[in-house]
Structures are given as structure tokens and as C-alpha cells.
Ligand binder design. Structure first.
Ligand code: ADP
Ligand code: MG
Length: 212
């Protein structure tokens, strides 16, 4: 399987080539075509299997470009600051040469909220956030989720383990009902399965068996 068979655009393929990845991982091969088609996807694959690129590449390709003011089209929720930074790095690598430019906002707690509020003035195309800080910023009227087209829950199992269920629910209530839902996780415990079922419309379920 090669990246060029997955429906990705030349621009994205070039950006992936720049990362020196020769072939897609199994989760990338399985998930990318469905995400490009706009399906909801519930994906289970072990840590280190390449889940970040699996959702970032098709989302960057499907972004509607050149909007002013910029509206948030994608919301990627992550459990920790480290993960927010990692996802942002993957997105930056995919978007650094795109014209018009794509603006990311990386939002997490434990640091001052003011620079994040300032950064959000004039909008953003993609937000990567931990739930608590996102809600703080919403309470400060720093951003709107009214135009989100796709929601990603990355490391969804950890989002629930870390007690973000209530925050998640508040955020879900602020999103447009018609949207794409993408859940990525290393494990699917019953509670997460329940959330996934509630969230997703006829989802494509992908399970990549763990390898040693
Ligand atoms: P996960 O989210 O499933 O834990 P990551 O997306 O963090 O995994 O990826 C794990 C590592 O694999 C990262 O260092 C990433 O750069 C690398 N990686 C991602 N896709 C590929 C690929 N197609 N080929 C080789 N390495 C890859
Ligand atoms: Mg990951």
C-alpha cells in the first residue's frame, strides 16, 4: 500500500514525502479514504501506530480555504498539553507550504490564557485543545464552535480516564449537529464505546490488531 493510492492530493503527498515516510501504516491506509469521504470513523489502534497523520492528512486536504474572518472548521480534542503539541507539529508539517496559509490554534491549560486569546483574534482554521482550557476560552468569548465541520477525539480513552466526560459534554453541546466525528483511541472500554455510539452516525469502525 502506498500513500498515493489513498485519495490524497499532490500537495498533501508532497508534504508527507517531506516527512520521509515511505508507506502508510495500517491505520493510515484504512482510515484516510473514509475520512476524505466525510464518514464518521471510530478507529482503534495501538500507541505508536501513526494515528495522528491518519486524521491530520485528510482533514488538511478537506479544509475549505481562504475564509476571512477565519472560522474554526476542525476541533481536535486531546487529553494533554504534550499531545496538543504533537498533533500541532504534524499539522504544521502538513500545512507549512499551503496557500493561502492555514492558521492553527493550540490551546492548553497551565499557561497564561491571554496569549491564547490574542492568538484567536481574527479566528483560526483548526483548533487543537484540551477540554478545560477550551471551555475557559469559550467562557471568555474568545472563540466560536458554530462552524466546526469535523470533531476529532484523539486518545479518546485517555480523555475519559482523565475525567473530561463532563467537559466533553459541554463542548459537544456547542457544536453543530451536522458534522463529521472521528474517534481515535488505543483502547475502547465500554464507557468510550457508549460515547462513540452516541456521537457517531453510521460510523466506519476500524480495528488494527496490535503487533508485538
Ligand atoms: P499514535 O498516535 O498512534 O500513538 P503517532 O501518530 O504519534 O502514533 O505516530 C507514532 C510515530 O510514527 C511518530 O514518530 C510518527 O512520526 C511516526 N509515523 C507516523 N506515520 C508514519 C509512517 N507512515 N511511516 C513511518 N513512521 C510514521
Ligand atoms: Mg496519538
Amino acid at each position: 500500500m502506498s500513500f498515493s493510492t489513498l485519495g490524497l492530493s499532490p500537495e498533501i503527498l508532497l508534504a508527507i514525502g517531506g516527512q520521509h515516510y515511505s508507506d502508510p501504516t495500517p491505520i493510515q491506509s484504512a482510515a484516510i479514504p473514509h475520512i476524505l469521504q466525510g464518514h464518521d470513523v471510530i478507529a482503534e489502534a495501538q500507541t505508536g501506530s501513526g494515528k495522528t497523520l491518519a486524521f491530520c492528512a485528510p482533514l488538511v486536504q478537506s479544509l475549505k480555504k481562504s475564509v476571512r474572518p477565519r472560522v474554526i472548521q476542525y476541533l481536535i480534542l486531546v487529553p494533554t498539553r504534550d499531545l496538543a503539541t504533537q498533533v500541532a507539529m504534524t499539522l504544521e508539517a502538513l500545512t507549512k507550504n499551503t496557500t493561502p496559509s492555514i492558521k492553527l490554534a493550540v490551546l492548553f491549560g497551565g499557561v497564561s490564557i491571554n496569549p491564547q486569546m490574542l492568538h484567536l483574534r481574527g479566528g483560526a482554521d483548526i483548533v487543537i485543545a484540551t477540554p478545560g482550557r477550551l471551555l475557559d476560552l469559550i467562557d471568555h468569548n474568545a472563540l466560536s464552535l458554530s462552524f466546526v465541520r469535523s470533531l476529532v477525539l484523539d486518545e479518546a480513552d485517555r480523555l475519559l480516564e482523565l475525567g473530561f466526560a463532563e467537559e466533553l459534554q459541554r463542548i459537544l453541546n456547542l457544536l453543530p449537529v451536522a458534522r463529521q466525528n472521528l474517534l481515535f483511541s488505543a483502547t475502547f472500554a465500554p464507557l468510550l464505546n457508549e460515547l462513540a455510539t452516541k456521537l457517531c452516525q453510521s460510523p466506519v469502525r476500524i480495528q488494527v490488531p496490535a503487533t508485538e
